[in-house]
Design a protein around this ligand. Structure first.
Ligand SMILES: C[S@@+](CC[C@H](N)C(=O)[O-])C[C@H]1O[C@@H](n2cnc3c(N)ncnc32)[C@H](O)[C@@H]1O
Length: 375
C-alpha cells in the first residue's frame, strides 16, 4: 500500500506501518514506543495545544488507570480521543468548535466508512461552478485562485455524498490540506505570503494534490474498536446526560501574554467545516474572521471559576487534566480546586517545548507539562 505513495508520505507511513501480527505496540524507533500501533497512523496537526507529541507519556499515565468509558470534551485535533479509541475504550469526543467535532466524527465515531476511488473521483470532478462563495470571499487572502476554485468544487461535491461519515472524512481531508498549505499553520496572516516560502513541499503542492494525499491518510485512520463511540459539537458546560468512567480534560489555559483564541487562528477551517452556514463573518476584518464564541477559559477573571465548575461537573468520573506551568491559575490552585471533589490527587510532570508561534513565542513556550489525576 505504502508503495503507491509520494516519497514523503511513504516516510510518514513506513514509520507508522501497522505490525502485521497481533503485537499491539510500536517499537522505540518510531518515536511512539509502547503506544497502540494505530495511534501512529493518526495525522499530526499544527494545532495550538495539540498533545500529539505527548501521547506516549499520556498513554503511560492512562494505562495505569481502570476505566471502560471515556470523554474528551476539549477534543481539538483529536489525537488523545483517538488514543483512547485505540486503547479499546468507549469514547465520547466533543468540542465547542465545529471543525474539531468534524475531525472526531470522521476518525473516532466513524467505524467503517472510507472514501473509495469512485467517490474520490466524484469529489474532485468539475461540477459546473456553483456559487463560488469561497473564491469570492477569500480572494487574495490565503490561497491562489486555483486552490480557492478547488475548495468551492470539492465542498459542493462533499455535500452530495449520502453518508455523513463520508462527508466528515472528506471534510477532514480538506481541513488538513488547508492547514498544511498555510505557511504558518494559522489563518491570521493574509495577502502575499511568499516571505514564508522556505521551499517546503507542503507549500508547493496544490490543495487538490494535498487533498488526494490526505484522503489516503484519513482512510487509513478509520477502524472499529468494537465500541459505540460518538463525536459532536458542544460546549463543555452544556446540559447533557453523561457519566464517563474517565474524563480527559484539556481546556485552553490563559497564557501570561497573548490570547488563546482558537477562532482567531482557525476561523477558515471552522467555516469550511460548516460551509460558513450559521456563523457570522466579521466583514470588516482583513481575513474575514468568524465571530468568536465565548469560553470562560480565555479570560483571567473567569478561568478559575470555570475550572472549579468543570471539576464539579465531572466529580463522579476519574479526572485526568492536562495543564502547563505557563497557565493561569497555577498548579497549586488547580490542585486545591480538584481537592474539593477528589480524595486522591497525583501530579505527573515533565518538560515540554511547544513548537508554535513566532521564534520569541517558541522560546516562551518552554514549559513544564502536567497531568493531574484525581480519583
Ligand atoms: C488545548 S485544546 C485541546 C487539544 C487537544 N487535546 C489536542 O491534543 O489536539 C483546547 C480545545 O478546547 C476547545 N474549547 C475551548 N473552550 C471550550 C468550551 N467551553 N467547551 C468545549 N470546548 C472548548 C477549543 O476549541 C480547543 O479545541
Amino acid at each position: 500500500m505504502a508503495g503507491h505513495l509520494h516519497p514523503s508520505l511513504f516516510e510518514e507511513f513506513s514509520r507508522t506501518e501497522a505490525p502485521p501480527s497481533a503485537e499491539d505496540a510500536v517499537g522505540a524507533e518510531s518515536g511512539f514506543a509502547g503506544l497502540p500501533w494505530r495511534v501512529a497512523h493518526y495525522p499530526q496537526f499544527r494545532y495550538m495545544g495539540s498533545k500529539h507529541r505527548l501521547l506516549p507519556w499520556i498513554h503511560g499515565v492512562l494505562s495505569g488507570l481502570k476505566f471502560e468509558t471515556a470523554a474528551d470534551p476539549f477534543v481539538g485535533s483529536g489525537c488523545v480521543a483517538y488514543l483512547l479509541k485505540a486503547m479499546g475504550k468507549q469514547v465520547t469526543a466533543s468540542d465547542f468548535l465545529n471543525f474539531p467535532a468534524v475531525l472526531a466524527s470522521a476518525t473516532i465515531a466513524n467505524d467503517e466508512h472510507t472514501l473509495d476511488a469512485g467517490t474520490i473521483r466524484r469529489l474532485t470532478a468539475p461540477n459546473g461552478g456553483g456559487s463560488g462563495f469561497i473564491e469570492s470571499t477569500f480572494s487574495g487572502i490565503f490561497f491562489h485562485q486555483n486552490d480557492l476554485r478547488f475548495l468551492d468544487r470539492v465542498t459542493q461535491n462533499i455535500r452530495k455524498l449520502e453518508r455523513p461519515e463520508q462527508r466528515d472524512l472528506a471534510k477532514a481531508a480538506v481541513i488538513r490540506s488547508c492547514l498544511k498549505k498555510q505557511p504558518r499553520g494559522v489563518f491570521t496572516v493574509s495577502g502575499d505570503l511568499t516571505r514564508y516560502d522556505d521551499g517546503r513541499r507542503d507549500l508547493q503542492l496544490s490543495l487538490e494534490q494535498h487533498f488526494l494525499e490526505q484522503v489516503e491518510i484519513f482512510n487509513r485512520v478509520v477502524f472499529s474498536n468494537g465500541r459505540r463511540n460518538s463525536a459532536f459539537r458542544a460546549d463543555v458546560f452544556a446540559e447533557r446526560e453523561e457519566r464517563p468512567d474517565l474524563v480527559y480534560l484539556d481546556p485552553p489555559y490563559v497564557p501570561r501574554s497573548d490570547d488563546n483564541c482558537y477562532m482567531k487562528r482557525y476561523h477558515f477551517l471552522e467555516g469550511l467545516s460548516c460551509d460558513w452556514e450559521g456563523v457570522r463573518i466579521l466583514e470588516k476584518t482583513k481575513v474575514k474572521k468568524i465571530e468568536k464564541p465565548y469560553t470562560p477559559f480565555s479570560y483571567r477573571k473567569h478561568a478559575a471559576g470555570a475550572f472549579d465548575r468543570l471539576f464539579q461537573r465531572y466529580r463522579r468520573s476519574l479526572i485526568v487534566l492536562s495543564y502547563s506551568s505557563n497557565g493561569y491559575p497555577d498548579l497549586d490552585r488547580l490542585v486545591e480546586f480538584l481537592g474539593r471533589y477528589k480524595g486522591e490527587i497525583t501530579v505527573h510532570e515533565r518538560p515540554h517545548r511547544y513548537h508554535f508561534g513566532t521564534h520569541a513565542a517558541v522560546e516562551r513556550a518552554e514549559t513544564r507539562e502536567y497531568l493531574i489525576v484525581g480519583q
